[in-house]
Design a protein around this ligand. Structure first.
Ligand code: UD1
Ligand code: CA
Length: 457
């Protein structure tokens, strides 16, 4: 089994370097181009808010202090990080990236170590890249600042990193750059690692005498007298300013995840049509047919086949099981080894034992289905009375005839048989037959007599 490289939400790992680590995530920009009531950093990539990606990554490399700097939309961000030990600092008004970092000073009071400065709208920077920045900061020549640079195909309006042999002289914002500086291909991603014993003094010396009239974080590079640059791939530091860029970053993430699933031994018949969530776990010799969508919390064991057009979230699928086509597995679905969930079947908060079969057109919710049980087409667990949910228990080897309604709470014993079309409201003993439907009445010749009578009218 494999999973994507996401880290636990709570700091647990030792810090990436030898010094304590803190992360400051800048998110006070207005994000107007998203045209959204939702804070930009709470828009999801792979089913998880951008901000949560970053918080998990920095936790994974051992950041013991995490601070998010916000402007408007503070309440949304505070609610999103509540209970995770993350500080929220407010920058009002927004006077530039240098000013934004200063707002984290109170949350970092007494902190002595390395500070990673990240952008909330640059969500997919890897832990390895962050580690490389910290390793450079802790190298023997002891720079005060490490800048993360990249070389995009088109340098656009990024700040330019003026450097030689990996040592940075200065960063020049595009607006302030002359023609020779604009011709430089090494761009500033905006992300930095800075020693805390230098950071606050440097920021205090930053002015706002520039084309934007802002306090530029980038000015600490020249002020430090000793800054280094670490380079990374352009797609890793792609920022998100619009819905189109959000979709583009999502597409890149999905492409990498599909590649990983295949490298780990899953067959994706039409890879571009399969959508993973940030935490989807996929085993070996899994076959995923076209147009399968995973929401968060799905785990797929070895040898599973997921047929086309299935939607799976919060579900665990055991080895060798078959799901779909057109199956919907909702949170709490646990599909046993070798079990079968067929077309137009919805399963929610239900455990299907090994080898159990629900092959057609059924709803199984709040239920326990025993091993090798066979649930006929159109079976419904009636789990909700409009106020409360109740459980249905179906024993091992039980056989539920087609189009049965099992009115919960109700138990069908091991090996019992439920006649097709039954509405089962009381428990059924093990190995019993229950038929709970109108008794069939036959009237020989009635139809012919009826037609003859009608013909005379
Ligand atoms: C910044 C860098 C530039 C770099 C570019 C990369 C500076 C001065 N310039 O430019 O060198 O190439 O990023 O995208 O740092 N933010 C705040 N408060 C503020 C201003 C910004 O929190 O007052 C946050 C934003 O939410 C965003 C990040 O900082 O996450 C960058 O802000 P943005 O305005 O996009 O920076 P640029 O001017 O593009
Ligand atoms: Ca920007």
């Amino acid at each position: 089994m494999s999973t994507d490289q996401t880290a636990p939400p709570v700091p647990s790992a030792p810090p990436a370097g030898t010094r304590p680590l803190a992360a400051v995530i800048l998110a006070a920009g207005r994000g107007t181009r998203m045209k959204s009531d939702l804070h930009k950093v709470l828009h999801p990539i792979a089913g998880r808010p951008m901000l949560a990606h970053l918080l998990a990554t920095v936790a994974g490399i051992g950041a013991r202090v995490r601070v998010v700097v916000v402007g408007s939309g503070r309440d949304q961000v505070e609610a999103a990080v509540a209970g995770q030990g993350v500080s929220v600092a407010v920058q009002e008004p927004q006077l530039g990236t240098g000013h934004a970092v200063q707002q984290a000073a109170a949350a970092l009071a007494g902190f002595d170590g390395d500070v990673l400065i990240l952008y909330g709208d640059v969500p997919l920077v890897s832990g390895d890249t962050m580690r490389a920045m910290i390793a450079r900061l802790q190298a023997a020549d002891a720079p005060a600042v490490v800048v993360l640079g990249f070389r995009p195909d088109d340098a656009l309006h990024y700040g330019r990193v003026i450097a030689a042999d990996g040592i940075v002289d200065r960063i020049v914002e595009y607006k302030d750059a002359d023609a020779a500086e604009r011709a430089v291909g090494l761009c500033n991603s905006g992300l930095m690692a800075v020693r805390s014993d230098a950071l606050w003094d440097l920021l205090a010396r930053v002015g706002h005498d520039n084309a934007a009239g802002e306090y530029y974080l980038t000015d600490i590079v020249a002020l430090s007298g000793h800054a280094a640059v670490v380079e990374t791939a352009a797609d890793e530091v792609a920022g998100i300013n619009s819905r189109a860029e959000l979709a583009a970053v999502e597409a890149g993430w999905q492409a990498r995840r599909r590649g990983q699933a295949m490298a780990d031994g899953a067959s994706l018949v039409a890879p571009d049509t399969v959508w993973f969530a940030h935490d989807t776990v996929v085993g070996r010799d899994v076959t995923i047919e076209p147009n399968v969508v995973f929401g968060p919390g799905a785990t797929v064991a070895d040898g599973v086949t997921i047929r086309a057009f299935s939607h799976i979230s919060g579900a665990t699928i055991g080895a060798g099981a078959e799901v779909g086509p057109y199956a919907r597995l909702r949170p709490g679905a646990v599909i046993g080894a070798g079990a079968k969930v067929g077309n137009f079947v919805e399963i929610k908060k239900a455990v299907l034992g090994a080898g159990a079969k629900v092959s057609h057109l059924s709803y199984i919710g709040d239920a326990d289905v025993g091993t090798q049980a066979n649930i006929g087409a159109g079976t419904i667990t009636c789990n909700y009375d409009g106020y409360n949910k109740a459980r249905t228990v179906i024993g091992a080897g039980a056989f539920v005839g087609s189009n049965s309604a099992l009115v919960a709470p109700v138990t069908i014993g091991d090996g019992a048989i439920v006649g097709a079309g039954s509405v089962v409201t009381r428990d059924v003993a093990a190995d019993a037959l229950v038929v709970a439907r109108g008794r069939q009445e036959a009237h020989p010749g009635w139809a012919a007599r009826f037609r003859a009578r009608m013909a005379k009218r």
